[in-house]
Write a protein that binds this ligand. Structure first.
Ligand SMILES: C[S@@+](CC[C@H](N)C(=O)[O-])C[C@H]1O[C@@H](n2cnc3c(N)ncnc32)[C@H](O)[C@@H]1O
Length: 516
């Protein structure tokens, strides 16, 4: 077998032997593609002549396997390297050149599924030069070590909104998301972590490490000494029945033993707890106890000097594990805001789009999704940022439509005051407390929200915020400030930066000085 630089000919490309490029009479399709082999990634599809952007390079029919057929006969064979999930859950094997496109994180080919004709259409996303390899994007969870993402495959990004090539990049992003979906959904419950995730969690620099005595936040609680340990069990039983127990003290141990005296932590009530009369114990007194569990060993030691505290290194606001299916849910949302942004590019509005999808885990929290754009220009109102608009839209709808038992606790009582006709004729007073809450929901937004929006999101109790374009000068999620990491705030949300290819940033280009 002859070798030309890294490439040798293959069985199908046998005719290419001793040649470094494909000659027109050996090409395998009408766009002049041929197959070559690279030592480190096997066969691949290569151009033999210039291919202009947006050219349909190949239409491959697919062979479809039912799920059971695939599980029984396909999954543990070589087929697993070539198949992907079809829209209806069957597994698909592309025929023709379709199965031979290698992977690149900077693909020059996108593909779309055509379920009506059981085929896949492959399209160039930019100009492809002779001898260049044609690559698609397999997704973020690869089963091999990728090689050969050539520098010359970098997408050509244009920040000029009028230039169509910027739009082409966006199409590439869109299909990146669709393609990744196809490959990544084979095993939807697999957990993705670190580099495999298409986004990066922002680490909140939180003051609550509380690693010096001065930093430890304390509150006043009632306690009582129990000199004789035989009364401990009786008192614990009494406490359970007394109604004094509350979540506020759940991070603290109930009993402290110091020298020979046991002390029972009673409550944080403002009035003195009334103790049973049949036990021989002292009077309740107030002491300072830590407000929060210990997040580190250092803070545990310090907090234990005040009161025995629970060690809970995982913070409440730290992100959960993300399965492939959940990542796909997020990709859909990102894809959605990019599409919307492309649509508003021709209008006068700023290209900022926010989206709150139905929650991945618990659709009962919100049974439909919402999308809002920035309307500062059209309304002439300086506060109509996309994030502010969406908070208003979601919360209004939620307050109006959700049965109280599906609402998060803070909403339940307020909602009961709403008019029963379901109209939006909610009075200002009844709105207060109901129509700003996004409790448990995720916001996807093209740009890092500004300081005002980041604070509004904090008030809204949003669960997490994903943005594509960082705003270093005006952003409130780590750009110029990080609102959820501020000292003393009563809610924190997780923040993630979506690792989009450059096209997303180009599409949503905004002057750095502008508040998004
Ligand atoms: C759909 S096939 C592509 C055609 C394949 N190269 C062949 O020779 O049949 C997928 C397989 O190609 C290889 N592959 C694809 N892209 C690659 C890359 N960027 N680096 C290394 N191997 C790659 C991997 O072995 C993967 O399992």
């Amino acid at each position: 077998m002859a070798t030309t630089s890294n490439y040798t000919s293959t069985s199908s490309g046998e005719l290419c032997a001793k040649k470094s490029s494909c000659r027109s009479n050996w090409v395998l399709n009408r766009e002049g593609c041929c197959i070559k082999t690279a030592e480190d990634k096997g066969r691949g599809v290569y151009a033999s002549r210039v291919i202009p952007p947006q050219t349909v390079i190949e239409v491959s029919p697919v062979l479809l396997f039912t799920r059971t057929e695939y599980e029984d006969y396909g999954r543990h064979t070589i087929l697993d390297h070539y198949t992907f999930k079809w829209r209806d859950g069957r597994m698909a094997l592309a025929l023709g050149l379709g199965s031979l496109f290698n992977h690149s994180s900077h693909p020059n080919v996108s593909y779309t599924i055509d379920p009506a004709h059981d085929c896949i259409r492959y399209t160039s996303t930019r100009t492809i030069n002779p001898d260049e390899e044609l690559c698609i994007f397999y997704g973020h969870k690869l089963w091999f070590d990728p090689v050969g993402t050539a520098a010359n495959l970098e997408p050509q990004v244009c920040l000029d909104q009028n230039d169509q090539s910027a739009f082409l990049d966006i199409l590439a992003i869109d299909s990146e998301i669709d393609e990744a979906e196809q490959w990544d959904t084979k095993y939807p419950n697999d957990i993705l972590e670190g580099e495999a995730l298409p986004f990066i969690w922002k680490k909140l620099q939180i003051d609550e490490e509380e690693e010096s005595m001065e930093e430890i936040r304390t509150m006043q609680a009632w306690a009582v000494d129990i000199p004789d340990s035989k009364y401990i069990a009786t008192m614990l039983k009494w406490l359970k029945q007394s109604g004094l127990e509350s979540d506020t003290l759940s991070h603290l141990k109930r009993i402290r033993k110091k020298d020979s005296i046991s002390t029972l932590l009673l409550s944080v009530s403002s009035s003195v707890p009334v103790l049973p009369t049949n036990v021989d114990i002292g009077d309740p007194y107030r002491i300072s106890v830590p407000c929060n569990p210990a997040l580190t060993q250092t803070s545990l030691v310090l907090k234990n000097t005040l009161w025995p505290t629970v060690y809970a290194p995982r913070r409440k606001w730290e992100p959960e594990k993300w399965s492939i299916a959940k990542v796909q849910w997020a990709r859909d949302a990102i894809s959605h805001i990019l599409r919307k942004t492309a649509r508003i590019m021709s209008s006068d509005e700023l290209p900022v789009v926010a989206h709150v999808p139905k929650p991945f885990e618990d659709e009962a929290l919100l049974s439909r999704s919402f999308t809002a754009g920035d309307t500062r220009m059209s309304t002439g109102h300086p506060l109509r940022h996309a994030a502010m608009n969406i908070i208003r839209d979601v919360a209004d709808w939620r307050a109006k439509t959700s049965p109280p038992d599906l609402l998060p606790d803070p909403l339940k009582s307020a909602i009961s005051e709403l008019p029963s006709d379901g109209s939006l004729g909610i009075s200002d007073t009844s709105c207060n407390g109901t129509n700003y809450l996004l409790t448990g929901l995720t916001l996807f937004i093209t740009h890092e929200p500004c300081i005002m929006c980041s604070m509004a999101l904090l008030h809204s109790r949003v669960k997490e915020v994903f943005y594509i374009v960082p705003m270093p000068q005006t952003g409130g999620c780590g750009g110029s400030a990080c609102l959820p990491a501020l000292k003393g705030v009563n809610h924190r949300y997780s923040i993630a930066h979506w690792r989009s290819r450059e096209g997303g940033a180009a599409l949503a280009h905004l002057d750095e000085q502008i508040d998004a």
